[in-house]
Every structure is written in C-alpha cells, then in structure tokens.
Design a protein around this ligand. Structure first.
Ligand SMILES: Cc1cc2nc3c(=O)[nH]c(=O)nc-3n(C[C@H](O)[C@H](O)[C@H](O)COP(=O)(O)OP(=O)(O)OC[C@H]3O[C@@H](n4cnc5c(N)ncnc54)[C@H](O)[C@@H]3O)c2cc1C
Ligand code: FES
Length: 267
C-alpha cells in the first residue's frame, strides 16, 4: 500500500482537452494528490530526466478525493509546457506533490473575492468550487488579454461559478483590468471580507493596495521560478517586509500563498 506521505506519484492521464488557445486540461488519476487544497501545487516532470532538467510547477486546478482524481490547467508559455501539451490520454505522468500551503480561511463565512489574472485563475477556480459547494459567499473575478486567451463561458457553467470577466481589449466581459474590476467590487461590498489572488506581480501589488484601502485581508499566490519545489535549493526565494525588515522566504515551501501585507514588491 502507498504511504500517505509519499510525494512522487505516477498518475494516469485519463483525459486531456484544449479549452482555449494553448490552455490544456489534464485529468489525472492520483488518489493521494486528490487530498490537495486550493493553492497547493504539483511539480510535473516533463520529457526526459535531463531536458528540461527541472520539474515545472502547476497549481491543482481541481481535486476530487472521492474519485481520486485531480485536474491541472496548463498554459503553454515555453518549452516545458509545450512538451506537456503533447501528452496523450493513457500516458503516465510523473508528479511531485501535493506541495506548499494553500489559501487560508476558505471555510470562513466572510465573503471572499477570488481574483485571477490570466493563468492565475487555475487555483482560484478550485477555491470558488469549494466555496460554492459549502454554500459560502464569494465572487470570482477573472481578467485576461482577450477572449480567445481565456476558457470559454461554458467552461464555468458546469460548476455554476458565474465569474465576472474582463479583458484588456473588451472582447469578453467589460473592457479593462481585473484590478479595476476589483476596485469596483470593493466599493460595493461593505462587509468585512477576504481577497485571494493569483496572477502577475504588478497585478498582485495593485490588489494589495486596493485591499488595504478597503480594510480587507489579502492572500496572494506567488509565481516564482522553481528548482526542487520542496524547500531545499532556495531557488524560489522572494523578499518579504516584516517589522520594517526585509526577509527572504521560500515560495515553494512557505507559500506559494502568503499574507499579501508582507509580500515585498520593491519600492
Ligand atoms: C506555484 C506555481 C503554480 C503555477 N501554476 C500554474 C498553472 O496552474 N498553470 C500554468 O500554466 N502555469 C502555472 N505556473 C507557471 C508555470 O510553472 C510556468 O509557466 C512553467 O514553469 C513554464 O515552463 P516552460 O518550460 O513552459 O517555460 P520556460 O521556457 O521555462 O519559460 C517560459 C516563460 O515563462 C516564464 N516562467 C517560467 N517559469 C515560471 C514560473 N514558475 N512562474 C512564472 N513564470 C515563469 C519565464 O520567465 C519565461 O518568460 C505556476 C507557477 C508556480 C510557481
Ligand atoms: S524551489 Fe527549491 S527551495 Fe523552493
């Protein structure tokens, strides 16, 4: 029998689908990974052991412990993710996980604003599904460059998520950025709330400013280039400002989700 603490898994690819230009869904049979929480991730070994040398981090996009399955959503952004796109149904993938600390307080009553920029939507979709199933209030705010670079609307209807979507060019939803959308929603929601976000660094920095001025707690999932993924190589460290001093923490092990008030984005 497999140990529950086992980190390396061979997972059968039971289905693969391209849901938007260069965005691939992988449904995998992986019972021990299916206990992952929103915000946790896996490190996927791609190709031969030497090329690419390093595993690539991907968020758990959805996990179903009853069926023993997880779903990953991978956007092609370079050589590794392009190779991953060529996987076929029936292949076995080599995964390390579940890794990292997920979004805290997702089981609390306070309304949650879940904000995803581009592929940053991957972990927030999972958070939204969990909140909807627990009948807890949330809004899912998503932004992308254009409609073709986001999942189609019917992708969200199965889980009845009804995200608010904006695009830079206005080709879907409102025209503008997801942070401008967040600003509008923060003006409307007067109760105490939590903001959870994942996306590019400039977006996250703005999310913190907006949450701070609205008096909302804010948690960010950071994207860092990763080596080992388990806290040993220090390849993923990011600066944090705590009690007036800069300190470095490992995104893979101490995060990837952190209290947004402490994340240092530079002056
Ligand atoms: C915790 C975590 C969760 C992630 N979840 C997802 C996910 O669910 N789906 C998904 O598609 N992607 C996710 N990413 C980003 C993904 O890991 C990178 O896109 C991937 O490693 C790129 O590998 P590559 O070989 O295709 O590209 P490379 O050839 O290595 O790089 C191509 C481009 O991507 C940038 N890049 C590479 N690695 C990262 C990284 N770790 N973060 C940000 N930019 C990077 C490079 O700067 C370069 O511009 C996540 C990253 C982290 C740290
Ligand atoms: S990737 Fe090695 S310590 Fe984080």
């Amino acid at each position: 029998m497999e140990s529950k603490d086992k980190l390396v898994h061979r997972a059968l690819l039971v289905a693969k689908k391209e849901i938007a230009a260069g965005w691939y869904l992988f449904d995998l049979e992986a019972p021990l990974l299916a206990r992952a929480a929103p915000g946790q991730f896996v490190q996927l070994r791609i190709g031969s052991r030497t090329d690419p040398l390093l595993r690539r981090p991907l968020s758990v996009h959805y996990a179903d412990p009853e069926r023993g399955r997880i779903r990953l959503l991978s956007r092609v952004s370079g050589g590794g993710t392009a190779l991953a796109a060529s996987y076929r149904q029936g292949e076995e993938l080599d995964l390390l996980g579940p890794l990292g600390q997920g979004f805290p307080f997702l089981d609390r009553e306070e309304p949650a604003l879940l904000v995803g920029g581009g592929i940053g939507m991957a972990p927030l979709y999972f958070a939204a599904v969990q909140r909807r199933r627990a009948a807890l209030p949330f809004e899912l705010l998503l932004g992308g460059r254009s409609s073709a670079l986001l999942p189609p609307d019917d992708y969200f209807s199965g889980d009845r998520l009804r995200p608010l979507i904006v695009t830079d060019d206005g080709s879907r939803g409102g025209k503008g950025t997801v942070t401008a959308l967040l600003e509008q929603r923060l003006e409307k929601v007067k109760e105490p709330l939590r903001v959870h976000a994942c996306g590019p660094a400039p977006m996250l920095a703005r999310v913190v400013e907006l949450a701070r001025s609205a008096g909302a707690a804010v948690y960010l999932s950071l994207e860092a280039r990763m080596g080992c993924g388990v806290g040993a190589c220090l390849g993923c460290v990011h600066p944090f400002l705590r009690e007036g001093r800069i300190e470095y923490r490992r995104v893979c092990r101490d995060g990837p989700v952190f209290d947004g008030e402490e994340v240092y984005f530079g002056d």
